[in-house]
Write a protein that binds this ligand. Structure first.
Ligand SMILES: NC(=O)c1ccc[n+]([C@@H]2O[C@H](COP(=O)([O-])OP(=O)(O)OC[C@H]3O[C@@H](n4cnc5c(N)ncnc54)[C@H](O)[C@@H]3O)[C@@H](O)[C@H]2O)c1
Length: 442
């Protein structure tokens, strides 16, 4: 059976089905498509499917060219009709894996999608989970659902693998095709088939022993980032108290050609990955009566950063003989990182809340996010619109707080337009400000 599938891959007669057409699934679809592989995208969100079919962009940094090409392609299609899953030779799951209100893994999206797949599963299909998750998910959670509902057996009737998505939205140097793909199979045949499929489109594949190892790889990468970001955030606070510029320290340390890796401090953690994924391991570790103290500590340090930033803003206002209560504060950047339109888990929301609770009047500017769309946790801010970027408007504010350093913003212009800038990203580096302009690092 596997030879038939391998042959189809070689002849590019293999259809890759992708479930979840968001930040991960859409570029993945594009990557296979670019390598002449037939692609069929699935989503429960009718609007996304409609936009994809009509070439209308819905993720800003991915641009228009991709959407137009996919819409006009003979080998790409998108649908909300999951009965078409049987057209796919491989089914890749790219659905969300958030935390629930108790900060425990919310597996409902993976479970629901697996249930759906199991109802349409046919012999010879390859099912791959790409969502970030706790080690054991593919084999302990997914395979039992797939087998129970289909009556088929994993490893003999159909194939299962796990391959983490390592996409870094907005990174101009690395897109999905250029990032090596770690793959763990449920058995050697599943691994062989998954590697053969990814090898058609991705620069390098990295096979590992099994699914749970591949699941652990992804968590390890994100825990590494979370812990190191917490470390530089802690150093920032300590060095600030000592009158030392943490950014200068880190840049100088980064000249060491070995044994140091540069991480930059900021206003806290954001995005769908780093603030969330480490706690998937914390949760699973409890089953083994193990503790993840580094993860908890990093979470604590990073979670406290918005408070620190707001305290610094208060000091900045104080230097201008102003109180926070009643002041007008402009926050630059709602996206959790530069040059993307993704505001999920953005620490800016926490900063908004804190500023408001202290009596400040808050507004924001983000060239990537014209309006706050509904989110699960910050409904107070839904519908708030970005201000217009011009001197008259910016001048109205008592302080400007840079939360995200989008590269399209002219920071020299900002120094002309505001007398009090609180900079959490070192965005004002190199800007020569007039005497009466205060730039506070935060
Ligand atoms: N965004 C990133 O930078 C990134 C990077 C690496 C890994 N990941 C991981 O990839 C996974 C997906 O993340 P994302 O950022 O693409 O999420 P996303 O929210 O952008 O996209 C998920 C898509 O899945 C769809 N969906 C939800 N439930 C569904 C269902 N039952 N059936 C079909 N479609 C459904 C949603 O409508 C949405 O379009 C997560 O596990 C995430 O942790 C994300």
């Amino acid at each position: 059976m596997i030879d038939v599938q391998l042959n189809k891959i070689q002849k590019k007669q293999f259809t890759v089905g992708i479930i979840g057409l968001g930040y991960v699934g859409l570029p993945l679809m594009w990557t296979f498509h670019n390598n002449d592989m037939r692609v069929l995208g699935f989503d429960i969100d009718e609007k996304k499917v409609e936009n994809l079919k009509n070439g209308i962009p819905y993720i800003k940094h991915l641009g228009t060219e991709m959407m137009e090409a996919l819409a006009n392609s003979d080998i790409a299609d998108a649908t909300t009709d999951f009965s078409r899953l049987n057209e796919a030779d491989a089914i890749l799951l790219c659905v969300p894996t958030p935390l629930d209100q108790h900060r425990e893994p919310d597996m409902s999206y993976v479970e629901q999608t697996t249930e759906t797949v199991s109802k349409h599963l046919r012999k010879g299909q390859l099912v791959i989970l790409e969502s970030t998750t706790w080690p054991g998910t593919t084999e302990e959670l997914m395979i039992p659902i797939l087998e129970k509902n289909s009556g088929l057996k994993a490893g003999t009737d159909f194939y299962v693998a796990y391959s983490p998505e390592r996409e870094d939205p907005g990174n101009a140097d690395f897109n999905t095709a250029k990032i090596p793909k770690v793959v763990g199979g449920h058995g050697p045949e599943a691994l062989k088939l998954a590697l053969a499929m990814y090898d058609t489109a991705i620069v390098e594949t990295v096979p590992v022993s099994d699914c749970k190892t591949a699941e652990a790889v992804k968590l390890t990468e994100n825990i590494f980032r979370s812990v190191n970001i917490a470390l530089v955030n802690e150093l920032k606070v300590v060095y600030e108290a000592m009158g030392i510029d943490v950014h200068e320290v880190i840049d100088a340390a980064a000249t060491k050609p070995f044994g140091f890796m540069k991480f930059t401090p900021g206003p806290g953690l954001g995005g769908h990955c780093i603030p969330i994924d480490p706690f998937y391991l914390t949760w699973k570790a409890r089953e083994f009566e193990k503790h993840t103290r580094f993860i908890e500590l990093a979470g604590e340090v990073n979670t406290n950063m918005p408070s620190y930033v707001v305290d610094r803003t208060m000091l900045a206002l104080n230097a201008h003989k102003k109180a926070m209560n009643g002041s007008k504060i402009l926050v630059i950047g709602l996206a959790y990182k530069p040059d993307v339109d993704d505001m999920r888990e953005s620490p800016t929301f926490k900063i908004f809340d804190l500023l408001k609770s202290l009596g400040a009047e808050v507004a924001y500017y983000d060239p990537f996010i014209p309006e706050v769309l509904p989110t699960r946790e910050h409904s107070d801010w839904t519908g708030t619109k970005s201000i217009e970027w011009n001197k008259e408007t910016v001048y109205e504010f008592d302080a400007v707080l840079i939360s995200t350093n989008h590269s399209t913003i002219d920071y020299a212009e900002l120094a002309e337009w505001s007398e009090c800038v609180v900079d959490t990203r070192n965005a004002m580096r190199g800007v020569v400000a007039k005497n009466d302009v205060h730039i506070f690092k935060a």
